[in-house]
Design a protein around this ligand. Sequence first.
Ligand code: PMP
Length: 413
Amino acid sequence: MATMTFSIDAGEIRGQFPFFQPHPEMRSVIYLDNAATTQKPYAVIEAVSNFWAYHNANVHRGGHGAGAKASELYEAARERVAKFLNAREPAEIVFTRGTTEAINLVASSWGEAFIQPGDEIIVTEMEHHANLLPWMRLAEKKNAKLVVWRITEDGRLNLDDLRTLLTERTRLVAVAHISNVLGTINPVAEICRLAHAAGALCLVDAAQSVAHMPVDVQAIDCDFLMFSGHKAYGPTGIGALYAKRALLETMPPYQMGGGMVQTVSWERVVLAPPPAKFEAGTPPIGEAIGLHAALDFIDSIGRDAIEAYEHELTQYALERLQEVPGLRLYGPVPDRAGIFAFTLEDIHPHDIATVLDTRDIAIRSGLHCAHPLGERLGGSTARASLAVYNDTAHIDALIEGLHQVRKVFGYAG
Ligand code: PMP
């Protein structure tokens, strides 16, 4: 095997995470379930805790200094997200609970207003339920048609297939940037270009990409893009929706309540401009501030550096996984992200995860909230997924663990 020279010192990065430090009551874990959620650096935990401890107040309301400070921190987080995604302005960023809520917001607001009977929405066969069920429900409600863009045998999307699916009735193409099962990195800029050429909008679910590679909404030219803080080293309960300003202007509110109106009388409601129009009620303030710190953490390493490092680590993992007899890996090779769904002999994926857990290796098993894709793949899979704090030793431990799983279930050698 070729020796690898890594640009990133994962050990040094783990030093920035309490989860990876020795703890008297906790066993040390090799954490390979990053597609589900990532661990949190001290910087994020401290940012959240400092806010609750010293700056807590509601935003955009109080006529006092603490409220002004909280508002300033919250809006600084929005600016940070805008810069992180290269949005044109912070007003294009709406804070949500996460990717799921952001997609539901688009389906409820834009979908309710603009989808007509007979319209078509294209989703891919590899979508997470978050980017599938809101569109299924919308299509049902509106008598619109959900069109499925099937994957190829090796787990990719073929752009020629999209060309044949796009019609003058297509209103939206909704696609994951990176599949949470197959690790496929989809050519989203090209997909958006084709969607636009057909007169449709393009939505990119970036839940699995933002922490692992540069994501530039202007370069992709997507109309909507969303991600979750917790998969990007940030807190749960916070995520962001990017949408082009012109779209946000035309979209009706998603929820009604405090903070999203300019004036209200019995006769007339004047809505606030975006993004406030879409943020009814007290938002997740501390979580947004934690997200700000998480994005600073990512950029302190550099997204180009993270992408290059995780790519090298992925190539190492692909090579080593081949050594395990009876292991079947799903998704494209070698060009893919560090998400590895696999089966091993006819051992149930839950059993694989359970045996690995006894060796303190954390992976996930099941259908990964993508049941239609699971059906196509033939059922459940085990899934290991990488983050910037993982290294080759973790992959070595996984491989050794998988040999052990085989032994436990009576497979030779
Ligand atoms: N899309 C993809 C591709 C995902 O991997 C996930 C999380 N597994 C989601 C959407 C949903 O994210 P959340 O649960 O944070 O809303």
